[in-house]
Write a protein that binds this ligand. Structure first.
Ligand code: FAD
Length: 507
């Protein structure tokens, strides 16, 4: 595609960094194409907290049982499992859902983050059922595109079909056999301390290239920075052709779950749920915890019997005053991957071969078909073929997302590489949407799961630590929910110990 044609494709930029780098319409007046719309994650206040800005903290003006900080799936789940408590849920964005958030183009829903549920029995699947959301099975296993060739279920049954010489195919098979035989239970802490590259030695650059695509998408790291335990435990499920579990999702990915959950909560708790409320400080006093937040340009402090911090640890470490040093260090040691997600919106069918297809060696790692789980439903007609491209970046590339031109360049690289991967695709998207997030996924580096997370999540008297980065081994929607349930148990146990009457929770 020529440079000038590219200029005419509308690029819609949403998400992280827009608030700290406001983009006005005027900036695009000279652009050849239609103007991009800009939406933004509200990071301005968070950056003030990061930079040590001293807020004038007012005294408490309200009392609650529990204040929940952060309205991603973890914070929403905490509210859901505390129905009989007087809780207050605070979220800095103008919408609920955090990293599990769906958007829509002319009636077709697509994911901007979390895509699917791995296990039909995990906490996310259970919660979905409880909310009356039927699980929609993905059915087919992932595809892979190598050298322009689409290979269905490569690691399952089709290693003989990969377009490499026989010696290379043999190495893929040997690697699979060796990894499937690893005793994960016995070797968990040893493997979690070592990088995946230690296990990849001798299997050749092609196997490494596959992992350097799969790892960043799933846990934000290439093989050299990935815990061997994390990779092998994932692989033993992923490559197991005998495993009966089906992955499930909805159009919009796991954002469909946070949408239903937040709507359900709002229906009867509107006055207890505040968006646009950025927490600037959380601290303990003698009997209560004090949470100060900025909302409508006003600082308010609320006192609570307990606080559930459902924010990621790099933020939590800055908000919570008086953390024990080891815990603060653990929280600050957990690393986070910058992770834009690019949606190419086509008004013609372009790619519908697998739900999730891996494309090693490109600017994106994998591509997902947005309406995959409903495309065969009676009466359904695909109006738009929306393709969601997962585009994790290195931490050193984070700054690229800060500008409109950087974000646009990321989106254009995806379009360029998709055309390279599927050269027959001679159709341009009608629009490109890019959702930017600066630190959405904690990175499964060696030691994160067995060393840093256990220390980071320890309750601090009446302050409890949720969020998926309290669970691991990788960032999962189900992990966020499991963390919320654990916090509620810790809160209940704390109340029992203090002699304060305990009300029922459903966790
Ligand atoms: C690109 C991508 C793809 C993914 N794919 C999958 C997948 O396929 N399956 C899966 O299970 N998981 C997936 N995940 C992981 C999943 O999205 C997360 O594990 C999950 O959404 C985390 O939820 P959470 O509530 O723990 O945290 P978050 O979603 O990070 O929620 C934290 C919330 O706190 C808010 N907040 C932060 N600071 C403040 C403050 N100072 N004041 C108030 N609010 C604040 C944030 O705005 C946010 O809404 C993916 C993640 C990404 C980024």
């Amino acid at each position: 595609m020529s440079q000038s044609r590219r200029d005419f494709i509308k690029v819609v930029i949403a998400g992280a960094a827009a608030a700290s780098c406001p983009i006005t319409e005027e900036m695009f007046a000279a652009s050849a194409g239609p103007r991009p719309a800009v939406d933004g994650e509200q990071n301005e206040i968070c950056h003030k907290v990061r930079d040590g800005f001293a807020f004038r903290i007012p005294p408490a003006s309200a009392h609650r049982d529990v204040v929940i900080v952060g309205g991603g799936i973890s914070g929403l789940a905490a509210a859901h499992f505390l129905p009989d408590h007087d809780w207050l849920l605070l979220e800095k964005e103008s919408h609920w859902g955090g990293n599990a958030y769906a958007m829509e183009y002319d009636g077709t829903v697509y994911a901007t983050g979390a895509a699917f549920m791995i296990d039909e029995q995990d906490d996310a699947a259970q919660l979905a059922r409880e909310l009356g959301l039927s699980l929609l099975p993905i059915e087919e296993k992932d595809g892979t595109i190598l050298k322009g060739e689409f290979i269905p279920d490569m690691w399952g049954e089709n290693l003989d079909r990969i377009p490499y010489p026989a010696t290379v195919r043999e190495r893929f098979k040997q690697f699979k056999k060796a990894m499937m035989a690893v005793d994960l239970k016995k070797r968990m802490s040893e493997l979690d301390q070592m990088p995946l590259t230690a296990m990849l030695k001798g299997y050749g650059p092609e196997v490494l290239a596959w992992w350097d695509c799969y790892g960043p998408s799933n846990w934000g790291a290439v093989s050299a920075e990935t815990s061997a335990y994390v990779a092998i435990s994932d692989f033993q499920d992923f490559a197991n052709e005998k495993l009966a579990t089906t992955h499930n999702t909805w159009p919009g990915g796991n954002g469909a779950l946070t949408k239903v959950l937040s709507e359900r909560l709002l229906a009867s708790n509107r006055d207890r749920m505040l968006t646009g409320a950025t927490i600037v400080s959380v601290r303990q006093d003698k009997n209560e915890a004090l949470v100060t937040y900025l909302h409508d340009k006003k600082l308010t402090t609320v006192a609570a019997k307990g606080v559930i911090m459902a924010t990621p640890k790099f933020i939590t470490a800055r908000l919570v005053q008086g953390l024990p040093e080891a815990q603060r260090v653990a929280m600050r040691t957990i690393r986070y991957c910058p992770y834009p997600v690019v949606n190419l919106i086509y008004d013609k069918p372009v790619f519908n071969k697998a739900y999730d297809t891996w494309c090693p060696g490109n600017s994106f790692t994998d591509v997902i078909v947005a309406d995959w789980t409903v495309r065969k439903q009676p009466g359904y007609k695909q109006k738009y073929n929306i393709l969601t491209f997962y585009t994790p970046l290195k931490e050193s590339q984070r700054a690229e997302m800060l500008t409109e031109s950087g974000s646009r360049a990321i989106a254009m690289r995806v379009l360029r590489d998709f055309k390279k991967v599927l050269p027959d695709t001679n159709v341009d998207p009608v629009e490109i949407h890019i959702f930017r997030r600066g630190h959405p996924m904690f990175i499964a580096t060696p030691g994160t799961f067995t060393r840093w997370i256990p220390t980071a999540k320890k309750p601090m008297r009446n302050i409890f630590f949720a969020n998926t980065d309290s669970e691991g081994p990788v960032s999962l929607t189900a992990g966020g929910i499991a963390a919320a349930k654990r916090c509620i148990r810790e809160f209940q146990a704390g109340l029992k110990g203090s002699g304060v009457p305990v009300k029922a929770a459903r966790a």
